[in-house]
Design a protein around this ligand. Structure first.
Ligand code: GLN
Length: 489
């Protein structure tokens, strides 16, 4: 049956169910591991952690999460030229699962190898699984946007469940008790959390292999004439980039800045002068604001995670819970609010009051800024409290505001980017979009690196001021950006 006539998964092609669950399990593994990563690195050695300072832990965390999203660029390239989408997703999943299992052992070199494997695997899986979703629908299929919304729900279902599972295994006293009663070391609980992430990805892989038959075979878009040579060149490039970053680690801010600039210039240079070039400039302006947004938002796993661990009274109705449980809040709010936002935009569209995408970007930044205003106050309250702890409601409100911001910017950004890029750059534009998240994660990691050295109300206050100022500038620039977008909303 042709995919456009297939309505067997909630009115959508059957293949969507396979991709929904594959991405759900991949995000389960990513967010479950991420929820405990920085807490593990900064926990004392006696508590089974790595005993790193917040500055060192956050630097590794920032570099790792930035690399995960940056790997989407080579990952898209491999799919387009060498492996094809379906096989890239499969091998990406294999690398990711192996990476998480490396982390389950508690051996330092395996820890770093595990991070590298997850980066490479996510680069192969994440952009390409999204691209396969696109292949399920013809370009004029009315169900396309709804399909991506269902897919985004899969992402957040995985991201909601995993911090609860991995966090409970890694941090809870009850699981430590189970380990002790079995004669195992309770301080190894972290590694059970990392192992659970690996099991999640393995389940996703089994499911993907069984359901793969439902997917239409996608040929390699631009097959390489000499695959072996291209693989060798590709591997050499990866080693060169890795080596460059390793040796220039102390200058990483400059490397990221210059690298991003070269990437942006490369993208713009591929467009034809005229409307296409103007739209590319609009992409670049929106890119800067998106990177600033993610720089605040992605602190969920770093500075906000540390705040939840060290300065929050983690109990409800007298029952205590592990600090990593806060990592589920964003996803549960997203699952609740995504349909409401979809409805709101459609309704506003009907009355011609729907804000343009630059205005939505600006709203995203203002909401993320509002979240940081709340956490800055919470940090002040914590300083004034005898035990230094604040109610978990503070972080809940922060994540609520951040989720509203995410809903204004993230799905909107993805769809605007795909509309602004000419069809032949459809793959590169995915790279541009994930690069904004990558830069955001890097910046967020740098901010979190100041967690122990800077007064927290000022640190969070500075993030608030930066994002609010960026939001206002974006609002002021929105007529100009709209003009550059040349007819795209
Ligand atoms: N939460 C979404 C995901 O995991 C978006 C992440 C991002 O682009 N920063 O896919």
């Amino acid at each position: 049956m042709s995919a456009s006539l297939d309505t067997s998964f909630f009115g959508h092609p059957r293949g969507l169910s396979t991709l929904f669950f594959t991405e759900m399990w991949e995000r389960f593994s990513y967010y479950g591991m991420r929820a405990i990563l920085l807490l593990y690195m900064t926990a004392a050695v006696t508590a089974g952690g790595m005993g790193l300072s917040a500055a060192d832990g956050a630097a590794i965390y920032g570099a790792y999460t930035a690399a995960v999203y940056m790997a989407a660029i080579p990952g898209g390239f491999v799919a387009d030229r060498l492996l094809g989408l379906r096989r890239s997703v499969f091998w990406g999943g294999v690398l990711i699962a192996s990476g998480h299992f490396c982390l389950a052992f508690g051996v330092t070199w395996l820890f770093y190898l595990g991070l590298i494997l997850i980066v490479a695997g996510t680069g192969l899986l994440k952009p390409n699984v999204s691209a396969i979703v696109g292949t399920l629908y013809s370009s004029d299929d009315q169900r396309r946007d709804a399909g991506f919304t269902i897919f985004y729900m899969g992402i957040n279902l995985g991201a909601f469940i995993s911090p609860l599972v991995c966090g409970w295994l890694a941090q809870s006293d009850s699981f430590k008790g189970v380990l002790s009663s079995m004669g195992l070391s309770p301080e190894h609980s972290w590694h059970w959390g990392f192992g659970a992430a690996g099991i999640g990805m393995t389940l996703g892989l089994v499911q993907y292999s069984l359901g793969g038959r439902k997917l239409v075979e996608t040929p390699v878009v631009h097959p390489a004439t000499n695959p072996a040579l291209l693989w060798a060149q590709f591997a050499a490039c990866c080693v060169a980039v890795f080596g460059l970053l390793y040796f220039l680690w102390d200058y990483r801010d400059g490397v990221v800045l210059v690298g991003t600039f070269i990437f942006a210039a490369w993208f713009v240079a591929q467009t034809d002068p005229g409307v296409e070039r103007k739209r590319a400039y609009a992409v670049m302006i929106l890119f800067v604001f998106a990177a600033l947004f993610w720089g605040g938002f992605e602190q969920a796993g770093s500075s906000l995670n540390l705040f939840g661990d060290r300065f929050t009274r983690n109990e409800v109705f007298g029952i205590s819970f592990p600090s990593s449980f806060h990592q589920s809040t964003n996803s549960i709010f997203l699952i609740i609010f995504a349909p409401i936002f979809a409805w709101l935009w459609i309704r506003m569209g009907k009355t011609k009051t729907e804000p343009s995408s630059p205005v939505k970007f600006s709203l995203g930044l203002l909401f993320v800024g509002a979240g940081f205003a709340v956490i800055a106050v919470a940090a002040r309250v914590s300083g004034a409290n005898g035990d230094g702890l604040v109610s978990p409601m503070w972080l809940t409100v922060v994540y609520l505001l951040h989720t509203i911001g995410e809903l204004c910017l993230s799905p909107v950004g993805l769809s605007t980017m795909t509309k602004l890029a000419p069809a032949r750059l459809a793959g590169s534009i995915m790279g541009v979009w994930f690069m904004a998240t990558s830069v955001g994660n890097f910046v967020g990691g740098r901010v979190a690196g100041q967690f122990e050295t800077f007064p927290l109300p000022s640190l969070f206050g500075a993030v608030c001021l930066t994002t609010v100022a960026a939001g206002l500038i974006c609002l002021a620039l929105s007529p100009t950006i709209k003009r550059l977008m040349g007819g795209v909303n």
